[in-house]
Ligand binder design. Structure first.
Ligand SMILES: [Zn+2]
Length: 270
């Protein structure tokens, strides 16, 4: 039995509560959900802002970076005065100023094979808001092995993609079995990204987080949306289970994240 909402919460979340499909029970479910966001950069900013505003009760933030001025064109949770501060600190300050209902756990560290299993273990949902393949595979493998649903988003120049994995099969490795060699795929710091694009993709990720928390509607499980901001088009690509998947296939190569190899050491949130 979840605790009743108190008067200040009835006011704050009134536009949720008046919807039949959310109501007090849906809002209580949001307040009772723990979400880990990996990366407090371009994608992580809108994800954190909107799910904090919506009343997700506990947010974990993983990032080992400090705010740079070149981040501010798109990483809207940080401000000019935050340049040089750890991103987890400026993100936490934004969230606690916005919504005192939210408990924030900061993890100022790089996600790695020896800490990812422990990090994701305490959360109901994980959001991959990172910018590099090593982290995407780490999040995928740890969440899939633990059965934790997670959202994947990525942005590049004018293109973005977003999908949701439910913690079973298919998983991200069903789409991309192996990471490309380090340095062969440019990231935002070398290729650039339209400033608003992480906002578009991050808001779609936040949408699926809220729906997963409430158990409402259809998520992006089993399909990937590919958004082209230049042409203003969205393509939907089916994501099918791969019987040879090294994580969720019937004969998995990876049964413990600690034993797998992850390459590509670029920043989480460049
Ligand atoms: Zn898989």
């Amino acid at each position: 039995m979840r605790p009743a909402l108190y008067p200040g919460q009835l006011d704050r979340y009134s536009r949720h509560i008046i919807m039949d499909d959310v109501g007090p029970a849906g809002q209580a479910a949001l307040l009772d959900t723990d979400v880990l966001v990996v990366g407090a950069g371009g994608l992580g900013s809108p994800v954190l802002q909107y799910i904090a505003a919506a009343g997700i009760g506990r947010l974990g933030i993983v990032d080992d970076d400090t705010v740079e001025r070149s981040n501010l064109q798109r990483q809207v949770i940080h401000r000019d005065g935050d340049v040089g501060r750890p991103k987890v600190e400026s993100a936490r300050e934004f969230i606690t100023d916005l919504n005192p209902d939210v408990t924030v756990d900061t993890h100022e560290m790089r996600l790695a094979a020896d800490n990812v299993t422990e990090l994701v273990a305490g959360y109901d949902i994980v959001v991959d808001a990172s910018d590099n393949f090593a982290t995407r595979f780490l999040v995928n493998d740890a969440c899939t092995l633990a059965g934790i649903p997670f959202s994947h988003g990525a942005v590049f120049r004018f293109e973005g993609q977003v999908t949701t994995f439910t913690g079973d099969c298919p998983c991200y490795r069903c789409l991309f079995p192996k990471a490309p060699p380090p340095g062969t795929v440019p990231d935002c710091s070398t290729a650039g990204v339209l400033g608003v694009l992480p906002g578009t993709i991050g808001c779609l990720q936040a949408t699926d987080v809220l729906k997963l928390a409430m158990g409402y509607g259809e998520t992006l499980a089993g399909r990937l949306l590919a958004f082209d901001a230049g042409a203003m088009t969205v393509d939907e690509v089916p994501v099918a289970p791969n019987p040879d998947c090294p994580v969720c296939g019937p004969d998995p190569e990876i049964e413990h994240v600690e034993a797998a190899t992850y390459e590509g050491r670029c920043s989480l949130t460049d």
